[in-house]
Design a protein around this ligand. Sequence first.
Ligand code: CA
Length: 443
Amino acid sequence: MQLNKTHETALTSWVISAQTEGCDFPIQNLPFGRFQIAAKKDGWRIGIAIGDQILDLREALPAVAWEPSIAKMLAPLAAGDLNAHMAESTADRSAFRAAISSALAVGSSHQAALASCLVAQTSAEMSVPCRIGDYTDFFTSIHHATSVGKLFRPDNPLLPNYKYVPIGYHGRASSINVSGTNFKRPLGQILPPGQEAPVFAPSKRLDYELELAAYISTSNVQGEPIAMADAEDALFGLSLFNDWSARDVQAWEYQPLGPFLAKSFASTVSPWIVTMEALAPFRVPFTRPEDDPQPMSYLASEANSESGAINITLEVWLQTGVMAAAGVDAVRLSSSNFADASYWTLAQLVAHHTVNGCNLQVGDMFGSGTQSGPKPEEGGSLLELSKGGKQPLELPNGEKRTFLEDGDTVIFRGYCQSPEGSPSHAIIGLGEVRATVLPARTN
Ligand code: CA
């Protein structure tokens, strides 16, 4: 994807907060979310985050004499339907982004009309951003696969298929929540150590998984795979994603068909989808170590080698119930980078998912799998950071954690920043995804 005027570092918005240092949503970002005003419950519509505000597209549609092609694209957004916009061609979505960028830029003749279409993000209630038909979770970090594999199979941590096939399983879309939706600790079958029969109990090894969510923008016909050459066009954008996991339930149930109830009780996405076009300045080459098998031809393309990966810094933060009660801010547990962590690119996931003829649908979501980096401290789950629960993490206030306790709030953050020495682009963020673990139900 080519860079254009919407990516220019010097571009500024008349929404002054967009220029605040550390702001996730400068004018170069323009992510989509679905919201209503919390106090009024005045109906869901799509908005675009700018600074600490939301451009309310329901209000913006009649406020300005938009070009007819833009007004046509605004209509479903004003009605709260992001899927319709996701299904537009890459070129049309790009034209829409250019129009919004121009309207929000300093000097726009639309400033006066659109200033009254802003809603403070603090007054908005967000929903899951689109209708997610199906959700597939992948396993793309070789570092996660290896360190988790080591815990279960010390002699054979990485299974022989890993370097050939992007591993995934079909997840549950109905239990995907938006950030801020707290959930009860799940109960399930757990095999206590040394026992032969399971007990039914609340999970004691509840964990998070640091992931990205990728949203699909194409519905391919069943039987007709999406080739690598078209795979980027099948991607709409990315959010942060927490694939909460009950490790004890998982250990007992996962063989031979994979994760089931250990994952399907709740997953959480961040409310804003950052588009692939906004991420374009942060694309980096996709490489494989020389000794590793190179991807099969249906998973390879020149464009993918040149710029298939994306430089996104990801962070995990934790605020325990004790910290929250004492007014202590969350503490950072780890950070990693999507480009270092992932063994496969998003385009490869699209090509692989459809190579058997499986039909994706607009709004489908892919989980990236836990994005653990190469260093032990870059583990994207507590399972890794606590070495399978054997080495508790000590928090600054003296509390210890192997797995999550009731009252713990887990927060992921993500942002893209140009590395030193390369052309500098405006920093854009993915915002955050957070949720708090509530006690298990007792009846
Ligand atoms: Ca996962």
